[in-house]
Design a protein around this ligand. Structure first.
Ligand code: RIB
Ligand code: CA
Length: 305
C-alpha cells in the first residue's frame, strides 16, 4: 500500500535526508514539497528542496515556497547547526527548475482539497505554513488523511531546556496547529534523539554510491547537532511508511507561547481529562528504523549510480 504525502519542510540536513527517504521508499508517494523559513532562510530552504529533489530523482515533484518569517516573532535560523547553506558540507547543483508560482499555503489547500482523505501532510520545520493554511481553510484538518510532524518533546527541548526547535521557532503557529481540531502525530525528541547516525551507520552510508558520497555523508559531516547526528525529520516520514517502528501514546498537547523560559514548550499530558489532540511517539525500534532506512537508501542509490 502506498501513502501519498505532501512534505512541508525547512531543508536543512535532516529534511534533505527525509526527502531522499520519501522518494526512495516504495510505500510513500511524494506528491509535493512546500518550504518554510527555519533552519536557514526561505530562499535557501526552497533552493535546497529543489536541489535535493532533483538530485534524488524527484524531478517532477512540485516545490512551493511559503512563509519567510514566523507569524509574530523574528526569524531565528539554525545555520549554526545546518551550516550557512543549510545542507552542511553537501554541495548540490542548483535546480534548473524554480518553485511553483503558487504560495505554499495555497498549494497545501488546493492539493489536499482536491483529494480529501487521501493525502497525509507531514511537517518537518516550523509550523508557520500549516498554521496559515488551517486559518485560511479550516477544512484542511478534515481533508488531511493524517497529519504528522517532527517537532516538540514530552521531555526536554534542544533549543532551550523546554523547547524543541521547530516549535520554539514559531510557537504561535504551533499553538494554532495543535488547537485546530485534528489529531497531531507528534514525532518529537523523545524518539528522534535515539535515531542517531552513529559511525557504523555512516560507514554503511559510505557504500551507497553517489547518494552516500554526495548527499548523506557530506551533509551529516557538517551537522553540528550532537556527537552522533540525529536524523530527526527522517523519523516523521518513517512513521508514515512503517508506523509500527514507533510506539505512540495519546496525549493532550498545549504549546506555551508566553513563558520567558518556557516559550515553545509542548506541554504534554498523557492522562488528558479532555479528548486527546495528539498521538505522541514515545518509543522507537532503533534497529528496525535503521535497517529500513538504509535498505531504502540502498534502493535509491541503485538508481543513482
Ligand atoms: O529539532 C529538530 C528539528 O529542527 C528538525 O526538523 C531540524 O531540521 C530542525 O528544523
Ligand atoms: Ca527540519
Amino acid at each position: 500500500m502506498t501513502t501519498t504525502i505532501v512534505l512541508d519542510c525547512d531543508p536543512g540536513i535532516d529534511d534533505a535526508l527525509a526527502i531522499a527517504f520519501a522518494h526512495g521508499h516504495p510505500g510513500v508517494e511524494l506528491a509535493g514539497i512546500t518550504t518554510v523559513a527555519g533552519n536557514v532562510g526561505l530562499a535557501r530552504t526552497t533552493r535546497n528542496a529543489l536541489s535535493v529533489a532533483d538530485f534524488v530523482g524527484a524531478t517532477t515533484v512540485p516545490v512551493a515556497a511559503g512563509c519567510a518569517t514566523p507569524l509574530l516573532r523574528p526569524a531565528l535560523d539554525a545555520s549554526s547547526v545546518h551550516g550557512e547553506t543549510g545542507l552542511g558540507g553537501a554541495v548540490l547543483p542548483d535546480s534548473a527548475r524554480g518553485p511553483e508560482g503558487e504560495h505554499a499555503v495555497d498549494f497545501l489547500i488546493r492539493t489536499l482539497g482536491a483529494a480529501p482523505g487521501e493525502i497525509t501532510l507531514v511537517a518537518t520545520g516550523p509550523l508557520t505554513n500549516i498554521a496559515m493554511a488551517v486559518r485560511r481553510e479550516p477544512r484542511l484538518t478534515e481533508w488531511a488523511r493524517d497529519f504528522v510532524i517532527m517537532g516538540g518533546s514530552a521531555g526536554r527541548g534542544n533549543m532551550t531546556p523546554a523547547a524543541e526547535y521547530n516549535i520554539w521557532a514559531d510557537p504561535e503557529a504551533a499553538a494554532i496547529v495543535f488547537d485546530a481540531g485534528w489529531t497531531v502525530r507528534m514525532i518529537g525528541l523523545d524518539v528522534t534523539l535515539r535515531a542517531l547516525a552513529t559511525p557504523p551507520i555512516r560507514e554503511r552510508m559510505g557504500t551507497l554510491g553517489r547518494l552516500g558520497a554526495t548527499l548523506l555523508l557530506p551533509s551529516l559531516a557538517e551537522y553540528h547537532d550532537l556527537p552522533d547526528p540525529a536524523v530527526h525529520d527522517v523519523c516523521a516520514v518513517v512513521s508514515v511508511a512503517v508506523p509500527e517502528v514507533f510506539g505512540y501514546t495519546a496525549a493532550s498537547v498545549a504549546v506555551e507561547t508566553t513563558g520567558r523560559l518556557t516559550s515553545g514548550m509542548t506541554v504534554t499530558e498523557f492522562n488528558p481529562a479532555t479528548l486527546p489532540n495528539a498521538s505522541v511517539a514515545t518509543d522507537i525500534d532503533v534497529n528496525r528504523f535503521w535497517d529500513m532506512v538504509l535498505r531504502t537508501y540502498q534502493a535509491l542509490a541503485d538508481t543513482l549510480g
